[in-house]
Each structure stands twice: as C-alpha cells, then as structure tokens.
Design a protein around this ligand. Structure first.
Ligand code: TPP
Length: 692
C-alpha cells in the first residue's frame, strides 16, 4: 500500500489504491465523528486503521449477516476509547444485527456519543451488534480475550469430531499502551502463555503516546521481552501502514501452534494530522476544523467532504471480508448439518448452550440436607451442590484463584478433568493467584456460551471488582463464589476479614448478591443463580460451620428465591419485634428468637439472603415480610452497616461491624464484636422498651 505524502495533499480518492482508500475512509469517518461530537478519541483509529482494515479484509472469518455465528473469529477492541475504529469497520463491512438491519449505519457514526446512537463513547456489548465485549476500562478486553480463547479450546476439545471442526475460531485483541500498563493484562497474558493458547493473538498498538504525553514518562520496559517471558511468540511490525508486513505477522501467528502471539505494531497516533500526529493532543481532543481540513488534504481526501464513504469501499469489504465470511459460514452450516445427523446428542447440547440454558434436569441431583445442629459451612454445602450440578451441566466450568480447597470449587466427579495446556476439555480451571484476570476471564467464558463460576475469598472480591462490574453491565451470567465471608473466618485477622465488601457488591447494579444462611439455602441459591442467564451472581459463603435449620419447624429454604422470607414467626398475633439477618447471623438470631419466645416475646425472624431478589418482589410481598407498622426491628449482619437502615427503619437497631475485625478464634471475636444471641436479645428488648 502506498504511504500518504503528508506534504502533498492533492491526490483524489480515485487516484489512490483501493486499500488506502478504505483505510482513509476509516480515518476520516473517525475524524468527522469526533469533530462533530466534540469529544472522543481519534488518534488510535487514525494510526491503526491499516491494521484493522488488513485484519478484517484479509483474515477475519466472520459472516457479516450473522455476528452471532458461533465459529466467527473474535475481534476484541481492548482499547475501547478507540471505538471508532470498530464502528467504522462494522459499518464498512456491512455487519448486520439480528433484525437484519445494519449494525452501524452512517447515521449512527454521525451521532457518535449521542443518546440512542449505536456508537456510544466506548463499545457496549448488547447495544451494538458485532461488539464482542464492552471495553473502555483498559486492560479488561485483553483479559476477556483470554477467556474467549480458553472457551474456544474447551469447545473444540468437547465438541469437535474428527470429521467436523465446529469450533476452530481465533481470538484477536487490539491492545494499546494503556492495556499493556494495566496489571490485569499481565495476569491474563501470564496464564495464556502458561496454557499455550495458540489461538490467541494480541495486536499491540505501540504508539508511544498516552494521555499525559510520551509513554516514556512512565513506561519503559521491553513489552515484547516480557511477553516472551510469559511464553508468547512475538512479532514486530515496524510501521502500521505496512499492511503486508502486518499480514505476514498474522500469518506467523496462524502458523504458531504452541503459544499465543503478540504482534507489536509501531504506529503513529493520529497519523496524517500535520500538527498533532505523534502527540498526546490527538489522543482525545477533536482536531479542530482547520486541522481536519489539513489532515484530509494529507490523505488526498476532499477537504470539505464529511462522513464520506467513496464508491468502491463498501464493495471492497464485501468482496473480501464479506465473501470469505459467507463462504466459510456456508461450509460450516453444512458441517453442522452433518454433525446433527451423526452426533445428535452433542448437537442437542450445543443448541442448549447456544440458547443460554442448561440441559433439562440439570438440578435433579441437588441435595437436601437434614436438620443438624452442628451443620456445615455454606462453602461446604456449595461445593456439594456444585458437584451435584456438574455432571448434568456439562459446560459449567470454573475454578479458583488458588483457593479451590478453601472455596470448595473443585469439581471432583469422574471425568471432570483439568483444563491445562494441551488438554483443553477439563472442567476445572486453575487460575493461579490472579483474581483480577480470573474475573475478566470468567466474562470471556460467559461471552462464549459457557457457564463460568470462579472462586476466591470475599475479601479479594475487591481484586476482581472491575470485571464484576462489567459483567453486570453486560448482563453476563458469571458466578462468583466468595467464601470466608466475615470475621467468622477467625484467626487470619482483619486483612482477611471482609467488612465493607458485601455493601460494595450490593452497590453494583444488576449483580445478584446472595448470602445464604445454611446448607439448604445454599442449594437454593445455586438453583436461583443457574436458572437465569441474564445476570452475574455473587454467592457469599461462610468458612465456619452453621447449623442446618430444621425445615420442618422453619419455612422452606426455597423462600430464598424471594430474597427474604419469614423463617419463623411469633406464635400468636403479629410480631412485636422483627429480627432480620443474613448468612451466619441467621442462626444467631434463631437462638435469640427462641430465647425471646421463651420469655413470652412475639418475635419474627426474617432470613434475608439477598436484597436485590427481595427488591424485585411486589410491594404486597415485601410488606407481608416486613410490615411497615412493626417498627421494632433488629438487623444483624457481620459486615458494614451501609444500607441496612433501609430495612431497620429509622428507629431500628443494627448489629454490624463498625470497624475492622481482629485476629482471634471465632468465639472470642463473636463476643468481642457483639455477635451473640444475648446481644441480639438485648437489642430486641431495647426496641420493645422504645416501643412502649
Ligand atoms: C483502567 C483505565 N484507566 C484509565 C483510563 C482513562 N484512559 C483512557 S485512554 C487512556 C490512555 C490511553 O493511552 P493508550 O493506551 O496509549 O491509548 P492511545 O493514546 O494510543 O489512544 C487513559 C488513561 C481508562 N480508560 N481505563
């Protein structure tokens, strides 16, 4: 491809070759969109347009008529701020949404960053067809792509047959300097190298510029050397405009069968802008009208044309990207037809997987636990539930960040297996001590149709908060198993005792948060979580044993599905006082309830494992459980008070943690921090006195 002569802006679109014409279309669409919106990031798309163009037109296997084709190559724009590159590609490639309408119309690009446009400020999964994953927080997309690559390997191992390669797609992620600086990409790259994910290619836009100026201000390591140390192959492309060199690098990736590949592309941010290219000014400022004209001149573009898509560009994409994708898709459809005929059962499973549901009967073997005063930890019950579901839910896959024995997240039944380099069909993933990447990888798995669960201690949910939030934003059904959920973990002390984490999780919109009180509620929690596929869920579990409640005497654990329910009521008449608790504090309140009943106090005990499930109930139910006229209330939870006043009411009492915990045996801690039945009884009595 010809390089553009920056001094000579006289060339007309018709004069330059078809590749350059298409590349400059991407660039000028970007420039015009940012200029019109007066916001956005033009620099990356201007620099990397040739790379995006070459990848899509020469390599990407993608049916523009169906961006949900299961065997499509994935293209993740991890540097989400450069979204106009993706929007322009989706537009020019003629990608269509499920309704048959273009995924991105020119009108959407013109309305970049405006309400309702298919071109929001950063790519949003589910909002714009063809956007594989929501990106913007740097590092996340790169880490998500590792989950996607794991999923491809897993699907291949489990479902491909010698005569039918249903899954052989590749995963490409375009990463910027910021992506490379963020720790999460390092974690993810480390495990990708360890797992030898040869289907994964990261394209690193090495443009030496970020917001504050040169990356040299803060970033001087040899990134490629680092990746080689992770076990990746690396290829350098000296000039982003050299599409043949880039194409050669992609071919090297495709020929590399034993490790992932990093293609480092040296580019010039804002390429073509005479006064701003190569500087941080172009990173996120609109060019300004005069500079837009000069830049277009530099490209040999009509200076006054806006949002111009010259004749031939759409055809260029259609004749390359489109033609290849449609042809491959037709071949794949034929393969799938054969597969259905020859491997009917596996095909039926795939239909379930693609529909986002687990096979019928996945919950048949869920256990019920007998009443038991000694009981078991909810993490223990969770492990039993998981292992009861596992054999019937073949694509429930997961693991922990080196804490599987503690979080009880190991699948132990025959054939569960381990996902490891060269043996990719296992159901157990070993993430190593990499919580942040683990969360992002879970999203990549969910985006690929698998049902992932990942485990760590609740305290380390902080380490995976960014991907948790994004999973909630994307409505992905990932499951986070968080054990060791309070001071109840005991002697590890305050570094490990979560206090504010529950409140922090509850603050994430669309995240289901469930803290079950005993073994049977834990089973019900798994039932609720896996019965839906539109939300991530945090399952918050105790380290310590908790009594298994006598469900003959108390309400059934299925009440968990409604978020809160009356576990045991006053024997006669309306309650004088309501005790509300979650998780390990329910048993404590049950003891207090008995004590109060013995003293002739009518108390109600509400088990409240999930605020969000409760808030989703109709008002009548909520008033039934928590009648507004009963204002004598005691809330007990070994966590932050934040938000509990909503249920305690203005005059209720809340027994919570008001500071950090301490290192001591659990019994001492309960005494020390006031989590005993006597404390609850005393609070209830204070409430009654107040009432009187
Ligand atoms: C986690 C995170 N931190 C900060 C930002 C804000 N931010 C957006 S772009 C950017 C710098 C980008 O520099 P680079 O990655 O080199 O992209 P380029 O300048 O090449 O467009 C920053 C800090 C972000 N999007 N995500």
């Amino acid at each position: 491809m010809n390089a553009v002569n920056l001094q000579d802006g006289t060339a007309r679109p018709a004069d330059v070759d078809a590749d350059l014409l298409a590349v400059n279309t991407i660039r000028t669409l970007t420039i015009d969109a940012v200029q019109r919106a007066q916001s956005g990031h033009a620099g990356l798309p201007m620099g990397m347009a040739p790379v995006g163009y070459a990848l899509w037109t020469r390599f990407l296997r993608y049916d523009p008529d169906d961006p949900a084709w299961p065997n499509r190559d994935r293209f993740v724009l991890s540097a989400g701020h450069g979204c106009l590159l993706l929007y322009a590609l989706l537009h020019l490639a003629g990608v269509k949404g499920p309704d048959g309408r273009p995924a991105v119309q020119l009108a959407d690009i013109k309305a970049f960053r405006q309400l309702g446009s298919r071109c929001p400020g950063h790519p949003e999964y589910g909002h714009t067809p063809g956007v594989e994953v929501t990106t913007g927080p740097l590092g996340q997309g790169a880490a998500n792509s590792v989950g996607m690559a794991i999923a491809q390997r897993w699907l291949e191992a489990r479902f491909n047959r010698p005569d039918s390669a249903l899954f052989d797609y590749r995963v490409y992620a375009l990463c910027s300097d910021g992506d490379m600086m963020e720790g999460v990409s390092g974690e993810a790259a480390s495990i990708a190298g360890h797992l030898k994910l040869a289907n994964l290619c990261w394209i690193y836009d090495d443009n030496h510029v970020s917001i504050e100026g040169s990356t040299g201000l803060a970033f001087s390591e040899d990134v490629a050397a680092r990746f080689r140390a992770y076990g990746w192959a690396t290829v350098d492309v000296a000039d982003a405009n050299d599409v043949d060199a880039f194409a050669h690098a992609v071919q090297t990736f495709q020929a590399t069968k034993d490790r992932p590949t990093l293609i480092r592309v040296r580019s010039i941010i804002g390429y073509g802008s005479p006064h701003k290219q190569g500087t941080s000014k172009i990173h996120s400022d609109p060019l300004g009208e005069e500079e837009v004209r000069l830049t277009k001149a530099a490209y040999g573009w009509p200076q006054d044309a806006q949002f111009l898509v010259p004749d031939g560009v759409l055809e260029r994409f259609d004749g390359t990207f489109g033609a290849r994708g449609r042809r491959l898709r037709a071949v794949w459809d034929a393969t799938l037809r054969r597969y259905r005929a020859d491997h009917g059962e596996a095909a039926a499973r795939l239909d379930d997987l693609w529909a986002g549901r687990l096979p019928e009967g996945w919950d048949f073997d869920l256990p019920t636990f007998e009443a038991d005063a000694k009981g078991m930890a909810t993490r223990e019950a969770s492990g039993k539930a998981l292992n009861a579901i596992g054999p019937r839910a073949p694509w429930l896959v997961g693991g922990a960040a080196d804490l599987a024995p503690s979080t009880k997240t190991l699948l132990e039944f025959d054939g569960a297996g381990v996902f490891e380099a060269g043996s990719y069909g296992g159901r157990n993933l070993h993430f190593g001590v990499r919580e942040h990447a683990m969360g992002a990888i879970a999203s990549g798995l969910a985006l690929s149709g698998l049902r992932p669960y990942v485990g760590t201690f609740l305290i380390f949910s902080d380490y995976m908060r960014p991907p948790t939030r994004l999973a909630a934003l994307m409505s992905l059904p990932a499951v986070y198993v968080f054990s060791h959920d309070s001071i109840g973990l005991g002697q590890d002390g305050p570094t490990h005792q979560p206090v504010e984490q529950l409140a922090a999780l509850r603050a994430i919109p669309n995240l289901m948060v469930i803290r079950p009180c005993d073994a049977n509620e834990t089973v019900e929690a798994w039932r609720v979580i896996l019965n839906q596929n539109r939300r991530p869920a945090a399952l918050v579990l105790s380290r310590q044993t908790l009594p298994t409640l006598d469900r003959g005497r108390f309400a059934p654990a299925s009440g968990l599905a409604r978020g809160a329910y009356v576990l045991v009521d006053s024997e006669d008449g309306p309650p004088q006082v309501i005790l509300i608790a979650s998780g390990s504090e329910v048993a404590l309140c049950e003891a207090a309830h008995s004590q109060l009943a013995g003293d002739g106090v009518s108390a109600r005990l509400v088990s409240m494992p999930s605020w969000d499930l409760f808030e989703a109930q109709d008002e009548a139910y909520r008033r039934l459980v928590l009648p507004p006229d009963v204002t004598a209330r005691v809330v007990v939870e070994a966590g932050s008070p934040l938000g509990w006043d909503r249920y305690a009411g203005p005059t209720g009492e809340i027994i919570v943690m008001r500071g950090f915990g301490a290192s001591a045996p659990i019994k001492q801690l309960e005494q020390h921090f006031g989590f005993t039945a006597d404390d609850v009884v005393a609070a209830a009595r204070r409430q009654l006195t107040k009432e009187a």
